[in-house]
Design a binder for this molecule. Structure first.
Ligand SMILES: *Cc1c(COP(=O)(O)O)cnc(C)c1O
Length: 471
């Protein structure tokens, strides 16, 4: 006789979705979106209080679903920076729009495993269809693209592809296939994930050559070309140039066409890291700002930045389908024979979430027109912010055409870090502090669809108050 299965009750609300627990979660979500419009941005609790509160909780006995949902909501509400706020000007990861959140929920519940095409043909095809759309917008119609956890994984994939292109036996011999130090070229203003990637791929951090800029945040292509030549002379093996399209600190765009030309002459892989600014492929009015992107062998775009979907959604686009084919391929007995394009053999991940639903939902709900409106708002807000900053005696340091502004007031001896800290303490707005071209500057981007002109006025007033408070 088989024993009775243990009953799931009284925890059944945790195992079976019910409308009232869903209602509770929905109510918390609505509270969060209301808070994003008008609430505090900085955490209400200092870190010590958050740690203490969480430290006192225990995991032995469950609270039941309602208790756990409300508790998690409250902890994040009190303890986290509200980076999705209309007045958080410090992040490239802005507010998640509702369609992506809903898509995520649908996927979390059904949990399709998309590593094998045959096990989730619908989800896989939906994801591929979004990828194809992105490829077409990039002018890389014959290529392939897939979703990644973020820009870092996408850039890492580009490095692996470039290493394989340079030395086909890299896959067998690893870095020994080169018989010397492989080197990749990025600007000094590029995203420092490159260093992490170099360590992780085994080429070592020395592989990353930081090329000087021309003083405006953009790669100096003359310096790039001479660095490659000098490195070759001493036995290093250049294999990749990665131009940045929209630097993280100041939104600057490297000269893409010139970089492409040098990559061609030097016969190295040409990557464009457009993690943030690449979103403008969806902006009919401004996509010319990305001119030259179509010359890349590979491009990184993060959907979880300017495309306003929940985090964990990057993309890598590759010019040729075959680039990715061998990099990740393996055979195992526990995976059925697939169609040769299964994502567990063509991408870095194995078990695989249907990440693309987030962008799918945005495009199916709003279409490109929705994104157009969003971008139009962001550029208008940035123009207003620029004007207001100058009007109030702040000095703008970057000449980006994108909605990210770096500025300071160091001529008057104002310490940018102190301003940023003071604005955070005041709590009503938040912005970053970065180094740009060797100067410590403040950084504000207008990339949330919730932001209004009033929010810019609040930021300006918070900045002016902070300047007074610290001087
Ligand atoms: C954000 C960013 C990255 C890193 O991407 P993640 O999604 O944070 O992993 C890389 N490059 C640039 C230019 C970025 O803006």
């Amino acid at each position: 006789m088989t024993p009775d299965l243990p009953e799931l009750t009284p925890l059944d609300s945790a195992f079976y979705p019910a409308l009232d627990s869903m209602d509770l979660a929905t109510r918390h979500i609505l509270e969060s979106y209301a808070e994003m419009r008008t609430g505090r941005v900085a955490p209400e609790w200092p870190l010590a209080q958050t740690e203490e509160t969480i430290g006192e909780l225990e995991f032995k006995n469950g609270l039941g679903l309602e208790g756990a949902v409300s508790e998690a909501h409250q902890l994040m509400e009190k303890g986290d920076l509200l980076s999705a706020s209309a007045r958080c000007f410090g992040y490239f990861n802005p507010t998640s729009a509702w369609p992506g959140v809903m898509g995520d929920l649908l996927v979390a519940a059904r949990n399709p495993q998309i590593c094998l095409t045959s096990h989730a043909p619908a989800s896989t095809t939906m994801e591929r269809s979004v990828s194809k759309f992105v490829l077409a917008r990039l002018g890389l119609e014959n290529g392939t693209a897939h979703f990644t956890s973020g820009g870092s994984e996408a850039n890492e994939t580009a490095v692996l592809v470039a290493l394989c292109r340079a030395r086909p036996d890299y896959l067998e011999k690893g870095v020994f296939a080169f018989g010397g130090q492989p080197t990749l070229y990025v600007s000094a203003e590029s995203h420092m994930a490159w260093v992490k990637i170099a360590k992780a791929t085994g080429i070592g951090s020395r592989a990353v050559r930081l090329v000087q800029t021309t003083g405006d945040g953009c790669m100096d292509v003359v310096a790039l070309q001479s660095a490659i030549k000098a490195d070759r002379k001493v036995g290093m093996i250049p294999f990749m140039i990665a131009a940045t399209c929209g630097t993280t600190s100041a939104g600057m765009i490297d000269p893409l066409a010139s970089c492409a030309k040098i990559a061609g002459l030097e016969d190295v892989h040409f990557h464009i890291d457009a993690a943030w600014a690449g979103a403008l492929i969806f902006d009919e009015k401004r996509k010319t700002l990305l001119d030259g992107i179509e010359t890349a062998d590979s491009v990184t775009i993060d959907a979880h930045k300017w495309l306003a979907v929940p985090m964990g959604a990057g993309m890598i686009a590759l010019r040729e389908k075959h680039y990715a084919a061998n990099v990740f391929s393996v055979q195992t007995s526990y995976m059925p024979e697939g169609d040769g394009e299964d994502m567990y053999i063509t991408t870095n991940q194995w078990s695989r979430r249907f990440i693309g639903i987030r962008l799918w939902m945005m495009l199916r709900t709003l279409g490109l027109n929705g994104y157009q409106t969003m971008f139009d708002r962001h550029f208008a807000l940035a123009a207003y912010l620029r004007e207001q900053l100058e009007h109030h005696g702040w000095v703008i340091r970057n000449e980006s055409k994108l909605p990210v502004i770096v500025f300071d007031d160091w001529l008057n001896g104002v310490d940018s870090q102190k301003i940023a800290d003071q604005v955070e303490n005041q709590g009503r707005a938040w912005l970053g502090r970065v180094n740009f071209e060797g100067q410590s500057v403040l950084r504000a981007c207008t990339t949330s669809f919730l932001t209004e002109y009033d929010d810019i006025d609040i930021l300006i007033s918070e900045l002016n108050t902070a300047r007074k408070a610290i001087s």
